[in-house]
Design a binder for this molecule. Structure first.
Ligand code: ADP
Ligand code: ZN
Ligand code: ZN
Length: 737
């Protein structure tokens, strides 16, 4: 007799396990894993649907009590069964329940209102529009100016794009409609903005770009699908190459998925793709509701679109015939999921590409050391682009040694060189970006008499002081009023060490009172769309200086930015994990890449206390190879990924003793087989939101061995569930725990 383990269609039910059913003899030869079947369910034998995840001859419980499958609705829809297979692979590879893996991979069906298709159409002639634009400019009505400018360029715009990506409020649109500037047209299918004509206007690829595109296309034509890594500096024309290849792939009847970090999913980027692929492209982003996501996935399933752009979850777009996956900015940490299954989009993309015989292109100005390692070892085909596509010149980079500044009596946060350069830019009416790789007032509040530090009561981290004197926990969001005296010794000498974006903003205002300053960090971008608003305002030259955290490194092109200042380049070097140098190098290189993108040459000033550090030196020289060589010899020496592999096992519990006892027992259980175990130990942040955390690390040259250890650990945790907690796994973690 044959039994089927069925997972109830998770789109309807939130049931966290499989149920076993008898396969009726009539169906025995025909069922297979992945089939979508009809089953009687619950007391009333309500008929519902589910997927067959497993077929077995062993009954999980008394066969006499088991119900039978009623019918096969759909034989393993090839798309669905590929996604099921992918979920199964993720569940086995990264360690998580099958349901969690399925939920990650299959979209949840929710009842949604039909999407309103609204289009905004320009109602003015060219001359009228130009006149109106001047008027809005004069009156500093920047939102109106922005929408009109876009309409002059595009004639028609999708309503949702305008409200979400251009940040134009519904009220502004209504007002402009009343003035007869534009009209909002309902129920019109989104025809994508006079793009048909424009679609043919694409830049001719230059020789270097052409060569890369041709090689990849010829592999694709010969069905030699493989993985490529394009290392190309910012502005070298990688996106144009992607689009060229996507176009050919789409023309051959296959679909493409393009991953970009959420933060780079700006109106500009999306528009470039829309211009090229019209309404055959769709985007995903975290602000879509589940229903909206489902809708976009349905369009892909029905073959209404060919290209999906989005963050890592866009990988799960149910395309029937996937031909290409592109991962842009492939070094970005956001491609790694931080919840179970803790997968890396790159690895999942490789697996998915294998299933579809599709090609995978990774692109970055500063590839992850892991990907470059694969390329150097011949596992990925490597291409390099060292020139900017347009005639823009590379910036001049200067390192300012902050120790010398101190010696010279300069205690300000600006080196003399940087201050000089900022003044020059302000005089010339050019723009400046100042970059700090930290957020908020970095400083914690500490008592200078007794050394007491004010910490979050729920997390083992110090609170940071924000404007208005609030103290905030960056892990759980806990807030409290600041203190004027030490709760331990009652000294009044208590205060914060200040070196955050907010404080820099204040310093700038003091030093350069004539400058208009915008600040972008986690605090100013908390509300919906504020990120885009700040960037649009800066792009519209509503400010001279933009100061911010790594967020400002991505996204928009700012042709008037001719100076980038990196205020404290070494801050990210002190992170407690082996990727600190890599991250520092990437941040600095990418930040430097923002300077001088128009016709004007740019300058970059890197301020540091560590001018001899190799990640800083190589970033200043924009020398990826040099950095990679030093970094990889360090990884080799220390057996860190990618030269070896690492598994982090995180043990969490609400009870401190449980966490540490459990971690000890688990370690002892595993230890028989493992030599290379570190810990268990308290995690760097030993408590988050009242959950205590213990971590153990296992290193091995053999990833397969680590997977086996993970399986053993899972067996252990299944047999001995941890009280008030959980155990999770992370392979080659990006950050230390
Ligand atoms: P990357 O993705 O490497 O940052 P992009 O593809 O965005 O580079 O190109 C940078 C800029 O140069 C864009 O404005 C793009 O339109 C332009 N560009 C790229 N390739 C060419 C080309 N062959 N001819 C003219 N302009 C180009
Ligand atoms: Zn004190
Ligand atoms: Zn907290």
């Amino acid at each position: 007799m044959l039994f089927a383990d069925i997972i109830v269609n998770i789109s309807h039910e939130n049931l966290d396990k499989t149920f076993q059913y008898k396969v009726p003899s009539a169906l025995e030869g025909t069922v297979s894993v992945g089939d979508y079947v009809e089953i009687p369910f619950g007391k009333g034998d309500r008929i519902i649907n589910g997927y067959i995840l497993n077929l077995t001859e062993e009954a999980a419980y008394d066969p006499a009590k088991q119900k039978e499958i009623r019918a096969i609705i759909k034989e393993g829809d090839p798309v669905e069964s590929k996604l099921l297979k992918l979920a199964d692979w993720m569940h086995r590879t990264y360690g998580s329940t099958m349901i969690t893996a399925l939920k990650t991979v299959l979209p949840v069906k929710k009842k949604v209102r039909a999407l309103e298709k609204r289009t905004i159409v320009l109602k003015l002639t060219e001359e009228e529009a130009a006149e109106k634009l001047q008027l809005f400019k004069k009156k500093h009505q920047t939102a109106r100016e922005r929408i009109l400018q876009a309409l002059i360029e595009e004639k028609e715009l999708d309503y949702r794009l305008v409200t979400t990506k251009l940040n134009i409020s519904a009220a502004t649109l209504r007002l402009l409609a009343e003035q007869g500037v534009l009209s909002i047209e309902q129920e019109r299918v989104y025809r994508n903005m006079k793009l048909d004509a424009e679609r043919t206007v694409k830049p001719e690829l230059n020789t270097e770009q052409r060569e890369i595109a041709d090689q990849i296309l010829s592999d694709i034509q010969r069905d030699h699908a493989q993985t490529y890594l394009i290392r190309g500096i910012t502005g070298s024309g990688k996106t144009e190459i992607y689009m060229e290849i996507i176009e050919a792939v789409v023309a051959s009847g296959r679909a493409a998925i393009v991953l970009i970090p959420e933060i780079a999913l700006t109106y500009q980027t999306v528009l470039r793709f829309i211009k090229r692929f019209g309404d055959r492209v769709s985007t995903l982003h975290s602000k879509l509701s589940e229903g909206e996501r489902y809708d976009q996935f349905e369009r892909a399933r029905k073959g209404e679109i060919d290209v999906m752009i989005g963050p890592r979850s866009a990988l799960f777009t149910p395309f029937g015939n996937l031909g290409l996956i592109v991962i842009d900015e492939e070094h970005e940490p956001t491609y790694k999921s931080d919840t179970m299954p803790k997968y890396h989009a790159r690895d999942v993309a490789i697996e998915l590409a294998k299933m579809h015989h599709a090609s995978l292109i990774l692109g970055s100005a500063t590839p992850s050391v892991s990907s470059y390692y694969e390329a150097v070892h011949g596992n990925y085909k490597l291409f390099t682009l060292d020139k900017r596509a347009k005639e823009a010149k590379l910036p001049d980079v200067t390192i300012a040694d902050l120790r010398e500044e101190l010696k010279a009596g300069n205690r300000s946060i600006f080196s003399r060189k940087l201050r000089e350069q900022i003044e020059e830019r302000l005089d010339k009416d050019e723009q400046v970006m100042l970059f700090l790789n930290r957020r908020g007032y970095a400083g914690f509040i500490t008592c200078r008499s007794c050394g007491h530090v004010i910490k979050c009561p729920h997390c083992d981290v110090s609170l940071s002081e924000h404007k208005g004197g609030r103290l905030v926990c960056h892990y759980c969001g806990y807030e409290r009023a600041s203190v004027t005296e030490c709760p331990e010794c009652h000294s009044k000498l208590i205060g914060g060490m200040r070196a955050g974006t907010q404080q820099i903003e204040e310093q700038i205002k003091k030093c350069f009172p004539q400058a208009r300053v915008l600040r972008m960090d986690a605090d100013t971008t908390r509300s919906k769309d504020s990120y885009e608003q700040i960037l649009s305002a800066f792009a519209n030259r509503e400010a001279d200086i933009l100061v911010g955290t790594q967020m400002i490194v991505k996204g928009h092109d700012f042709p008037y930015v001719t100076l980038v200042g990196i205020l404290a380049a070494d801050l990210s070097l002190y992170a407690n994990d082996y990727r600190a140098s890599e991250r520092t190098f990437q941040l600095l290189t990418q930040a430097a890449g923002r300077a001088g993108r128009g016709g004007i040459k740019g300058d970059v000033v890197i301020q540091t206390y560590n001018p001899e550090n190799y990640s800083i030196i190589h970033a200043a020289a924009q020398d990826y190879e040099g950095f990679y060589r030093e970094e990889i010899s360090y990884r080799e020496l220390m057996s860190y990924p990618p030269c070896a592999h690492m598994l982090a096992i995180l043990v969490e519990s609400m009870q401190e003793d449980t966490a540490s006892d459990y971690a000890l027992h688990l370690a002892a259980y595993l230890k028989n087989d493992i030599i290379n175990m570190i810990g268990p130990a308290e995690a760097t942040v030993k408590k988050i939101s009242d959950v205590y955390r213990q971590v153990l690390y296992i290193k091995s040259g053999d990833l397969g061995e680590l997977r086996r250890i993970k399986d053993q650990a899972e067996q252990y945790t299944d047999a001995h569930p941890i009280a008030k907690g959980r155990v999770t796994f992370d392979f080659d973690p990006l950050y230390g725990y």
